[in-house]
Design a protein around this ligand. Sequence first.
Ligand SMILES: [Zn+2]
Length: 335
Amino acid sequence: MPQQTAPSSDAPRYVVGVDLGGTNIVVGVMPEDGSREIAMRSQPTRADLGADVVVDRICQMVEDAITIARAETGATREQFVGVGVGAPGPLDRGRGVVLIAPNLGWRDLPLRALIMDRVGLAATLDNDANCATLGEWWTGAARGARNVVGITIGTGIGGGLILDGRLYHGSSDMAGEIGHMTIDSNGRRCNCGNYGCLEAYASGPAIAERAREAINADEPSVLSSLVGGKLERITAQTVYEASEKGDPLAREVVRDTARFLGAGIANLLNTFNPDCVVIAGGVTQAGDALFEPLNAEVRRRAFRPVVEACRIVPGILPGSAGVVGAVATFLQQNQ
Ligand SMILES: [Zn+2]
């Protein structure tokens, strides 16, 4: 066990990152230069057990991560300077409060203070999709870019904006809600109550729903046999698998997904003129079947100099982008 001595001025500082999701909590440690991920661990969130239990588990995971990282690096406890937390929004970053998190059943939970009190370290709180974007920018696929749009596609569609190398939060910490941009003013109803949001077309559940609708319209597909005739079992994942097998219906669903995403991304390109768009989530498994028609749609809709300035890439930090970005947000706010 290393001695408990004050770190010398050149001793590396370490930050713990927490990515709190509706399904899993992921925790890990990184040195401030971002050179490696240490002690990355995931546990089920179990939001049904209540906020106290979830906060307990987060704090225990933070302590465990510090213990493992100290054993691996020989660092002292004093070299751990803080905890960056990414959580579902909307949030009040200034007060460190989760305002509303439907998937967790939380309202007005002072998450940052609860973690600081228990762990005894400084902490920051930011939106999970912002963190995922910042993670891909710091050590992932958007590295080296100045202006980045991050899109995370899962149960919903989250987004983050990095402008001139810093997260852009907007006037009330709500910037980057890319999933709720309207792409069809008379379109499908979204979970947010609006009609025609991108999320209502291109989220995982929306992709599965569009496939079910096409099958119900009597279009032939191997999809129904893939799920044993139980159409409710179709997920975005099964659609990608069927598409890879060459199933025409699944391919059409993936192509349509690419068109919807391409329309949304063209709006973002014309608005922000980014040098990188990074797309994360299961949908990137569709590979070229997604990215080729997506790029074509963006080229059709956005201004040419804007398209030429931008690369559209899949994320390369599945599972850890949120933790990496949570560490990065702590460092950006504590420079
Ligand atoms: Zn919406």
